[in-house]
Ligand binder design. Structure first.
Ligand code: THU
Length: 148
């Protein structure tokens, strides 16, 4: 279980990361923050490329940073934020590739993290939708399939 204050902090961390978004082509800045069971938070943002298809999503970058720092499981929460103000959209959900990338890290520790999908509601105020990773990526293919 993640406390409400932890959720707020995770969303704030994702928003902070999005300030460094490199998204000159889409103008769609994304932030992500991963929460681990030891309290560690690792952030990421989207990094686009003039060769558009090489763009790295915020969540994939955060998972890469976490794994490069030695994390192998313990993932209990993820916040993903879309743009604020003008250009804001309904809550952003991780793209298919990011769901699979998140699943690898989660599966290593046997957790099912809560994903906080953050955007704007009709009145422009922050809107948060919550879903477990297993709900976003049912019947996932993961490391267990290759270790039989
Ligand atoms: N994007 C992310 O960073 N994460 C997602 O889960 C969906 C999309 C980024 C990629 C691109 O820079 C921009 O959003 C528009 O697609």
């Amino acid at each position: 279980m993640i406390e409400e204050t932890q959720k707020d902090a995770l969303i704030a961390a994702a928003r902070g990361a999005a300030q460094h978004s490199y998204s000159p082509y889409s103008n769609y800045s994304v932030g992500s923050a991963l929460l681990f069971d030891d309290g560690t938070v690792v952030t990421g943002t989207n990094v686009e490329n003039a060769s558009y298809g090489l763009t790295l999503c915020a969540e994939t970058l955060a998972v890469s940073k976490a794994m490069a720092a030695g994390k192998r499981g313990g993932l209990i929460g993820v916040a993903v934020t879309g743009p604020l103000g003008e250009g804001a959209t309904p809550p952003i959900t991780p793209c298919g590739r990011c769901r699979q990338v998140l699943n690898e890290l989660a599966a290593l520790g046997g957790t099912d993290p809560i994903i906080l999908c953050v955007g704007a509601g009709e009145n422009g105020a922050q809107d948060v939708r919550e879903a477990t990773l297993s709900a976003l990526l049912p019947h996932a293919f993961g490391p267990d399939h290759l270790s039989a």
